[in-house]
Structures are given as structure tokens and as C-alpha cells.
Design a protein around this ligand. Structure first.
Ligand SMILES: [Zn+2]
Ligand SMILES: [Zn+2]
Length: 361
């Protein structure tokens, strides 16, 4: 079967023929139907985050269960599923604190099998990004990496929920738990930022301010729920947010992953406000905030990993929101592509030409 492999970082993806193992205990083999091009993979291709060995990239997918290993009772062949990187053990300190997305033992579910799940034609092992490796025709994953979904949910739209949509909605609904009526600003209107805008609309925030440098993205933000837009190429975005909110937003969300915008997200909130960083700041980056603000205005800065998801609870609800029209996903898919076009898809994303491309297998 074909998969898109990153051999070195930085580097481009190479389409390789791979052999996938049979499902072992607690494992599920999935025929991938769709995989979204999430921005996070780009950090590895660009060399901002390292890769230790050849790896099938991708982590945002949906598909149909083809086979299950011993002990798997949650799904059966034919079930439609979404995959998620947030595997959880259920017994570690973080799981017991109700934060399964921070599971301390997730890596054993991502890479704990005795033999490699993927091998190249010459027998060399290949790894799967985040224990998923969604840019491949088949996926062999731990059962705790899947959620069963309604059969009437289109799988191309379902794939988006596997990462970007859940990360953006979850940052608003789970991590920040934004109450109705709060003012919200979202910096960066890519797939995750626009999902945060939608989350803010769904929970009843107002105003909802979207900040970006690209006019077409700001227009999309309005379509998806922003009440105000700020073009940061034309005005000082911090001053603009303070003006709209009369002193600073209650909640800000940084969805780019840059130190400068992370610092802006802090300055955009007012007294008692909370800034939430969703963007993948590079490992070696630093964020500087003025010390005096922290106490005197009781502002908070926090990270949000994968939208603080409990994905077997959250994703079926997000699907219900889509099917009843409250969550807009059709607007977020700009192109459906073949796996052979994956590098072009990422180039278009980098150039700001596309919001989300989805590979159809
Ligand atoms: Zn755990
Ligand atoms: Zn992602």
C-alpha cells in the first residue's frame, strides 16, 4: 500500500510502497478513506521539529475498519471511524485527573508493539507519525486511537474533526471553557483558528474578532462566525482589539505558533483575561510577557494541546453540530487531492492559497 514518507527533516514527502502488519491485540486496521493536510506536519517537514527516522506523516483521518485484533470489542469491520492522536491509558496520573489528552503513557500505545507496523519493500522498518501515519491507504492503530461515528457522516468532512476542528473547538469549549457573552479574539485564520472562531460562535461569545494578514481568510472568518475582522497588515492588531472590546478581550486564542503573535495574544486580553496558545511554537522558541501584568491584572497564559479533547465524547458531538448546521465544515475544505499531490497541497497551504486540502484515497 502507498504512504507519504518523510525520510529527513527538513524534507519533502516521498510516496513509498509499504507493507502493513496484521492487527495485534487491541489494534485496529483501517482502510483510510480521507486524510486532511494539517499544518502541524509542516513543522516536521520544515525542520522546526525533528524526526528521528523515516515516518509516514499525517494525523487527521477517517476511514472504515477493515479488521480488528484480539480483545477489540469497541469496533468491528465495517464501522466508520475517526482517528485521533490523543490515545489514553485510563490509569496514569493525568488520565485520573480527567485529562486523558495529556496521558503519560500514550507513547506505549503509539509505538509499543513488538514488531514494526510498517515496513519498506526491502524490509526496513518505517514509523507512523503520532502512532497514526494518516497519509497512507491503510492505518494500523491502537483501538484507543479511534472513535466510532455515525454512518451518515460524510467521511471527507469527518477527517477534519480528527485534528484541526477538534483542536480549535476544544480550545474554546474545553481548555478555556468560554462562557456565553465573552469577548473573544482569534489570531490566525487557518483551519485551527477558524475552528476556534466557530467554537466561539457556537458557545455564544460576542464580539468574536478574527485577526490575520490575508483578506480572503478574514472573509472566511466572517462567514464562519467572526463579528469583527482585523487585518494585521494594515493596523496594529493589539490596538484594534482594545478599541473593539473597550479595554481588551476576555479570551484570546493564538493559532499560528509564533512568539510574536503569542505575545500579542497576551497584550490583546484585558484585566482578568485568558490567553490560550494553540499554535505549535517551535521547541526552541521563547515567549516574553511583562511581569507586572501577571499579578496586577490577574491575566492568564495557558497552552491548549489538541483542544483538551475527550475525543470519544467530543467528536460525535461535533458531528451532530455539523449535521444540524451549526458547525460548518464544507466551507473549510478548499481542495480534494490525490496522495501524489501531497507536497503540492502543503505548498499551497504555505502560500496561503488553501485552507484545508483533503486527500481522498
Ligand atoms: Zn494515561
Ligand atoms: Zn493536526
Amino acid at each position: 500500500m502507498r504512504g507519504a514518507v518523510l525520510h529527513t527533516s527538513p524534507g519533502e514527502l516521498v510516496i513509498e510502497d509499504l507493507t502493513i502488519d496484521k492487527p495485534g491485540p487491541n489494534e485496529v486496521l483501517i482502510n483510510t478513506t480521507h486524510a486532511g493536510l494539517c499544518h502541524s506536519d509542516l513543522h516536521f517537514m520544515d525542520g522546526h521539529w525533528p524526526v528521528a527516522q523515516s515516518m509516514v506523516m499525517g494525523h487527521e483521518s477517517a476511514g472504515v475498519v477493515a479488521a480488528v485484533g484480539d480483545d477489540v470489542t469497541y469496533v468491528a469491520p465495517g464501522d466508520h471511524v475517526i482517528t485521533c492522536v490523543s490515545m489514553w491509558c485510563g490509569v496514569c496520573r493525568m488520565c485520573l485527573q480527567g485529562k486523558p489528552y495529556l496521558c503519560l503513557d500514550a507513547d506505549s500505545m503509539r509505538s509499543g508493539r513488538p514488531t514494526p507496523s510498517l515496513t519498506f519493500e526491502d524490509g526496513r522498518p518505517c514509523t507512523a507519525f503520532a502512532g497514526l501515519g494518516s497519509f497512507a491507504e491503510e492505518l494500523l492503530v491502537h483501538e484507543r486511537a479511534v472513535v466510532k461515528i455515525r454512518d451518515d457522516m460524510p467521511l471527507d468532512r469527518a477527517a477534519l474533526i480528527g485534528c484541526g476542528v477538534t483542536t480549535g473547538l476544544g480550545a474554546v469549549m474545553r481548555t478555556a471553557a468560554v462562557p456565553a457573552g465573552s469577548s473573544v479574539v482569534v489570531i490566525g485564520c487557518g483551519g485551527i483558528g477558524l475552528s476556534a472562531v466557530q467554537g466561539a460562535r457556537i458557545v455564544g461569545a460576542t464580539p468574536i474578532i478574527a485577526v490575520d494578514l490575508v483578506a480572503s481568510k478574514l472573509e472566511m472568518a466572517r462567514t464562519l462566525g467572526a463579528t469583527h475582522t482585523v487585518d494585521a497588515s494594515e493596523v496594529d492588531p493589539v490596538a484594534a482589539v482594545h478599541e473593539i472590546t473597550e479595554g481588551g478581550a476576555d479570551y484570546s486564542f493564538e493559532a499560528i505558533g509564533l512568539s510574536a503573535t503569542a505575545e500579542q495574544s497576551w497584550h490583546m486580553i484585558g484585566i482578568g483575561g485568558t490567553a490560550t496558545i494553540i499554535g505549535m511554537l517551535p521547541m526552541n522558541s521563547e515567549v516574553t510577557i511583562p511581569g507586572g501584568h501577571i499579578i496586577m491584572s490577574e491575566k492568564k497564559l495557558q497552552g491548549s494541546l489538541m483542544g483538551g479533547n475527550r475525543f470519544r465524547l467530543d467528536m460525535p458531538k461535533f458531528i451532530d453540530l455539523y449535521l444540524d448546521g451549526r458547525l460548518k465544515l464544507d466551507e473549510m475544505v478548499s481542495a480534494t487531492i490525490d496522495i501524489g499531490e501531497v507536497n503540492d497541497g502543503y505548498a499551497a497551504m504555505k502560500a496561503g492559497e488553501t485552507l484545508r486540502s483533503v486527500i481522498a484515497f
